[in-house]
Design a protein. Structure first.
Length: 119
């Protein structure tokens, strides 16, 4: 699993590439937590486009990230979810609890705030 992040106008985009299973979940959670602390005032956008495999551990990673970020007053959404991973999220009903977007959220012109859930 490769984890990386990049600053965009909309916020901090974290990208996971590779497999997100039981063995990789702890690494992803640790990376998310460090990024959340480092960028405490920025929206966090999780880009899953690089996933080649995901099991139910991915659900726990995403739900934990949302809980921690929204609890800290940050905004959070998930973008570019591969169809195979989205089937897992839908089967578990997660798409009702987490905001999934096809691409980076658009900005409101006056506020330059992302259209992610939270705050």
């Amino acid at each position: 699993m490769k984890c990386s992040h990049k600053r965009e106008k909309q916020g901090i985009v974290l990208r996971f590439c590779g497999e997100l299973g039981h063995h990789e979940a702890a690494q992803c959670v640790e990376y998310l937590e460090k990024t959340m602390i480092l960028y405490a005032n920025d929206p966090i956008i999780l880009d899953l486009s690089g996933l080649t495999f995901m099991d139910s551990s991915g659900i726990a990673v995403v739900l934990g990230a949302q809980r921690n970020l929204l609890g800290a007053g940050q905004t959070f959404c998930v973008i570019r979810t591969p169809p195979s991973a989205m089937r897992i999220f839908k089967a578990a009903g997660i798409q009702k609890r987490v905001q999934f977007l096809p691409d980076l959220p658009t900005l409101h012109l006056e506020e330059e705030e992302p259209v992610c859930a939270g705050k």
